[in-house]
Design a protein around this ligand. Structure first.
Ligand code: ZN
Ligand code: ZN
Ligand code: FE
Length: 762
């Protein structure tokens, strides 16, 4: 920021423009209090590009004001830029908060939803306070934002609270600049605000208010499954220690093995369940309150089968705290309110239609949710927290600033879909939308496109529409129905670009490795083990890749590790009988082998994800998977149980990583009876060593100094840790994703970044 004022006490005036997360976080009241403290006159208002301030008074006071503004902003605010201009004094008699103005494009950031703050919690449990036990308590420092916003600028009339007029007490707080609720848009109290009510499965027996929360807690204690309306949608909750309840939930949800997330009463309860270090505590208690995947210390039957981690989150809505205070079990399963992979329900009609039969009761809140926002998910690695799902508390924040003035809409990939909207160079990434092979998720994608484009006033006719290069992707076809200038971006280049965009790295030449399960390659084959050299500006050139294998059934092979194995093992000589022990492959393997032998429905692939599946199958994971990436996750957890061992051979020759010696070694070790954990570990070491070997070679050949990895395979904490360690000895820096997921949830940002750079060249 600039400091255009000389010291002195002469009267002066200035216009200040603040950009960042400055709306809906108590910024204007903060400015008001600051200005009046220093005897300054003028005004503050929410503009469409941030907060605008006009100050008049003595120069020294204005200087102090500016210092305080930038060094002590409200807790939830984030100041990115402050511009100060000298102007002629107009002689304002006082300092005022002006009503919002609407002018050009709104690039002001909509804050993500915030967990309830300490001050509000104190009131919640203070019998003398008028918000005692009131589930919709919030203030300028906390509460819902993105999930209630209907339009910009952020004002009560453009939120889902518009139908609850404020009572005299709330109105007084709202207009009192010294109050914590001064201009807090979602403010409410038991007198004027929405309430919770409890309905049984037949939607009878309506209980309202505090009694509803107490009764819901009793139902949870009794082992019932309750659908609970939260901030961004419905959860299905039950007692995590009640095996019968957990089992019933699995059956009703058609969710075989995918781990359930847990909500625990407090950090103490969390510490008894999982290993907690300082960083994990910080992430758990951050205002986003994500689900954090952490090493389990106990086994809760049925919660996370075959998994060494538990996904834990702390309460974040006042309602959650009230449920625990009312005696709800201290460890609750809190899984998204949906059937299998459908989008989470967020309206009452939808919840009743889709969750009846799943839930024994509904704890319904009257405040409408403007849009579905799932819980965010974070995995801890030695390189720091890695975002696996970016949603509540994080979306729709800005994650990067791109070198373009043209609006861009990037529609992402078909799995773990997100979209990115770029307006005036600022890239906003949407909440997690889901897998587009379910039509309600496609509808959710269309809704989110409409939503964010309307909110940021993106005119699609003038925009660049970026989509995946896969001609049969549903997201591609959705993009092609939109007006605008279309541009196809190759999937794995988008993965690498997502990391570069986060770091604002436009021109530096890097070596990038994109390893994942599936993506459409330049040659139409299934890519997933790609090495690139280049930059966002010069483009990313493919210089190496996994040796191509055949894949019977193509993308469908992702469901059956033995099917991938049939393809990869076809390249290995002297195969043993895999139907026999110790392998015991089921008959699908023989069928897939037939397809390979006859060349039926076979595709070429360089997918490292499928190589992980193959090794998982050889180590004993021979059943079909029941959620994406399950076999690879299983293999990683297996490898964790073994110490560091010698890597299997995984040579790189003529730009090809040859998996044949590696698989031959795995087969031999299995037949020899070596411990499968050690085999899994030696495989991980081999992949890490191969990544480093190819990176070192390419860095030398192309004079690069930085290695970038992305793609679903690099969600593997063990692999990333080993790669980072090995690269350090070669003095090469490793970049991984920080703001968006390394999985396909980050693709839309990468598409937007490459589209922005292509636009500059045009
Ligand atoms: Zn608060
Ligand atoms: Zn009120
Ligand atoms: Fe991918």
């Amino acid at each position: 920021m600039s400091a255009p004022f000389e010291h002195g006490s002469q009267p002066a005036a200035c216009y200040i423009h603040v950009r960042g997360i400055v709306q809906g976080v108590g910024f204007r009241p903060f400015v008001y209090r600051l200005a009046t403290t220093y005897g300054l006159c003028g005004w503050v208002a929410n503009g469409e590009h941030g907060v605008e301030i006009v100050l008049e008074g003595n120069r020294a006071a204005i200087e102090t004001f500016l210092h305080e503004l930038t060094t002590r902003p409200p807790p939830a605010a984030r100041i990115d830029q402050v511009d100060v201009q000298s102007i002629q004094p107009a002689g304002f008699p006082a300092f005022t908060i002006r009503e919002s103005q609407r002018r050009e494009h709104p690039t002001t950031r909509i804050p993500p939803d915030l967990a309830v703050c300490e001050a509000c919690l104190d009131e919640l449990f203070d019998p003398a306070d008028r918000r005692f036990w009131y589930a919709y308590t919030n203030c300028t420092n906390c509460g819902p934002r993105y999930s209630i916003v209907l339009g910009l600028p952020y004002d009560r009339l453009r939120t889902t609270m518009k139908d609850w007029p404020l009572c005299p007490d709330c109105l007084r707080e709202y207009h009192d600049p010294t109050d914590r609720r001064f201009h807090a848009q979602p403010v409410a109290c038991p007198v004027c605000g929405p309430k919770y009510l409890l309905l049984d499965a037949h939607r009878w027996q309506e209980i309202r208010g505090v009694a509803a929360i107490r009764e819901a807690a009793a139902w949870l204690r009794a082992g019932r499954i309750v659908a609970i309306k939260g901030i961004g949608g419905y959860h299905l909750a039950c007692d995590a220690r009640n095996v019968a309840a957990v089992q019933a939930l699995r059956e009703r949800k058609f969710r075989k093995e995918k781990p359930f997330a847990l909500m625990v009463a407090d950090l103490e309860v969390a510490a008894a369940l999982v290993e907690l270090d300082e960083v994990a505590r910080e992430v758990l208690t951050s205002s986003a309150r994500p689900i954090v995947l952490l090493p389990a210390r106990v086994c809760l039957p049925g919660v996370a089968p075959d998994n060494r981690e538990l996904g834990i989150m702390l309460p974040y809505a006042p309602l959650h705290y009230l449920l625990y205070a009312a005696g709800a079990p201290k460890v609750l399963v809190m899984t998204s309110g949906n059937r299998s992979e459908e989008p989470i329900a967020f309206t009452e009609d939808d919840a009743f239609a889709r969750l009846s039969g799943l839930a024994d009761g509904f704890l319904v809140g009257e405040r409408p949710i403007a849009r579905r926002v799932d819980d965010s998910v974070v995995r801890m690695t030695t390189l720091g927290p890695v975002i696996v799902r970016r949603s509540r508390g994080l979306a729709p924040g800005v994650v990067a600033t791109l070198p373009t003035s043209r609006p861009i809409l990037a529609v992402g990939a078909d799995l773990k879909n997100t979209i990115t909207v770029v307006i005036e160079g600022q890239a906003f990434v949407s909440q997690h939308i889901g897998d587009l092979d379910h039509w309600p998720v496609v509808a959710a994608l269309r809704q989110t496109i409409r939503d964010l484009c309307a909110m940021y006033e993106v005119v699609l006719e003038q925009a660049i529409i970026a989509h995946d290069a896969h001609p049969e992707y549903i997201s591609t076809n959705q993009a092609l129905t939109l007006p605008g200038h279309h541009i196809a971006i190759q999937h794995h280049r988008a993965h690498i670009a997502s990391v570069l965009a986060e770091r604002s790295c436009w021109t530096e030449r890097i070596v990038g490795l994109a390893f994942d399960g599936t993506g459409y390659g330049d040659d139409g084959s299934i890519w997933g083990g790609e090495v690139f050299v280049g930059s966002l500006h010069e483009g990313l050139q493919r210089v190496a890749h996994l040796r191509p294998a055949v894949l019977p059934g193509g993308d469908a092979a992702a469901r059956r590790p033995v099917q991938a194995a049939a393809g990869f093992l076809a390249a290995v000589e002297d195969l043993p009988d895999l139907a026999a022990p110790p392998f015991c492959f089921p008959e699908q393997y023989e069928m897939a082998r037939e397809f390979v032998a006859r060349g039926l429905r076979c595709f070429f692939t360089t997918s490292v994800g499928r190589l992980f599946d193959t090794v998982a199958a050889l180590c004993g994971f021979t059943r079909p998977i029941s959620f994406e990436g399950q076999a690879a996750l299983w293999l990683e957890h297996l490898a964790h149980q073994a110490p560091v061992v010698q890597p299997y051979p995984f040579p790189v020759e003529d730009g090809e990583l040859d998996f044949r010696p590696l698989l031959a070694a795995v087969l031999a070790d299995r037949q020899r009876g070596r411990d499968v954990a050690e085999i899994a570990r030696a495989f991980h070491e081999a992949v890490a060593a191969a990544v480093v070997a190819v990176a070192v070679e390419c860095c030398a050949a192309y004079r690069a100094h930085r290695v970038v990895v992305s793609g679903g395979v690099f969600q593997n904490a063990l692999l990333v840790e080993r790669v980072a360690e090995l690269l350090r000895s070669h003095r090469l820096e490793l970049w991984i994703n920080r703001a968006v997921p390394p999985n396909d949830g980050g693709i839309s940002l990468g598409q937007a970044a490459l589209a922005a750079c292509a636009g500059v060249v045009e």
